[in-house]
Design a binder for this molecule. Structure first.
Ligand code: SER
Length: 317
């Protein structure tokens, strides 16, 4: 019998593609998708799907027992820009959903957890270029504080209670099928849509703001790989640095202009500029490459070609 997997936050930007991937690997009936709301999309319609509140321990425990769940992927969270507008709720959601899942593993009700961290764990005092795995971490955003605290708790539950929790510090994620929800790196997705629909884009960050980014297919592959890796190869139980490419708005605009020469980009930085300024520009992910053979497939050129192709074929046909 194949193992049963629960994805919490399955309708979000990462959750949607993760659900498809895990269902392709393990079989649709073995991957239970769940979210706070029932959308009309493939993840929901292909079943099994359950409405669940990630803040309700009893609901999660009930689902785990009902479906004999072994692995949980906790993808529900408030992202950086949204979290600044609602700090108390962001802290509550991002921390307590994690405690619920960690406690289920501590009680031996589940065997393995995936929990996403972020480049937001770093802060203004962190070295900006080629940010090391171990370095100064003084996050200055609500989201970053919650992810940094979460990482500490993951490592603690692993060391003290033997919980098998695995985590990646995702960079900005670029995808075409599901929109991002309230992040600072979202501009790198928005610009593709606007390039196709309007031929112009007003960027909410300044032109030279360089940040680490990754195409969703790579992010999903990394998630699958870290979860499938043998226990002994996972040497870091807080969270792994992960990288694929870094670019500024100017650079991604120029890359898109190779295909859409008329694209015009203007810059009007808003409150998200300060968040972006506090984050790394590039990441050293050599430990992930060494420990569990992480390797990205997409760079800025191939990602741009793929994004435009997929959007034209599937979204703006
Ligand atoms: N991409 C996320 C954000 O911008 C960072 O993890 O909030």
């Amino acid at each position: 019998m194949s193992k049963k997997i629960l994805i919490i936050g399955a309708c979000g930007q990462i959750g949607t593609e993760l659900t498809h991937k895990l269902r392709a690997i393990h079989g649709v009936e073995n991957v239970i998708a769940s979210d706070i709301r029932k959308l009309n999309n493939d993840v929901v319609n292909s079943e099994p799907f359950e409405v669940i509140n990630a803040l309700d321990y009893n609901q999660i425990e009930h689902l785990v027992e009902q479906y004999h769940i072994e692995e949980v992927y906790l993808m529900a969270a408030l992202l950086s820009a949204t979290a600044e507008k609602n700090p108390a709720f962001a802290w509550d959601l991002n921390m307590n959903s994690l405690f619920h899942v960690l406690n289920l593993a501590k009680a031996k009700k589940i065997k393995k957890i995936f929990w996403p961290s972020s480049i937001a764990v770093f802060g203004p005092t962190t070295p900006k270029e080629n940010t090391p795995q171990y370095t100064i971490m003084e996050p200055s955003t609500v989201y970053g504080i919650s992810k940094q605290s979460g990482e500490r708790w993951c490592e603690y539950y692993h060391n003290i209670f033997g919980v098998d929790v695995r985590s990646i510090r995702y960079p900005g994620l670029i995808s075409w099928s599901t929109p991002p929800g309230g992040g600072t790196t979202d501009y790198a997705v928005d610009i593709f849509h606007k390039a196709i629909t309007d031929g112009k884009y007003e960027c909410f960050l300044s032109s030279e703001t360089k940040m680490p980014m990754m195409y969703m297919e790579d992010a999903i592959q990394a998630t699958v790989d870290i979860m499938e890796a043998p226990t002994e190869s996972i040497k870091i139980r807080s969270s792994y640095n992960l990288a694929a490419m870094s670019f500024t708005p100017t650079q991604i605009a120029a890359e898109i202009q190779k295909h859409i020469p008329n694209l015009q980009v203007t810059y009007k930085p808003d409150f998200r500029q300060k968040i972006a300024d506090s984050w790394p520009a590039s990441i050293d992910d050599s430990q992930a490459r060494q420990d569990w053979n992480w390797k990205n497939k997409f760079n800025i050129e191939t990602m741009t070609v793929e994004m435009l192709k997929q959007l034209r074929e599937n979204v703006y046909k």
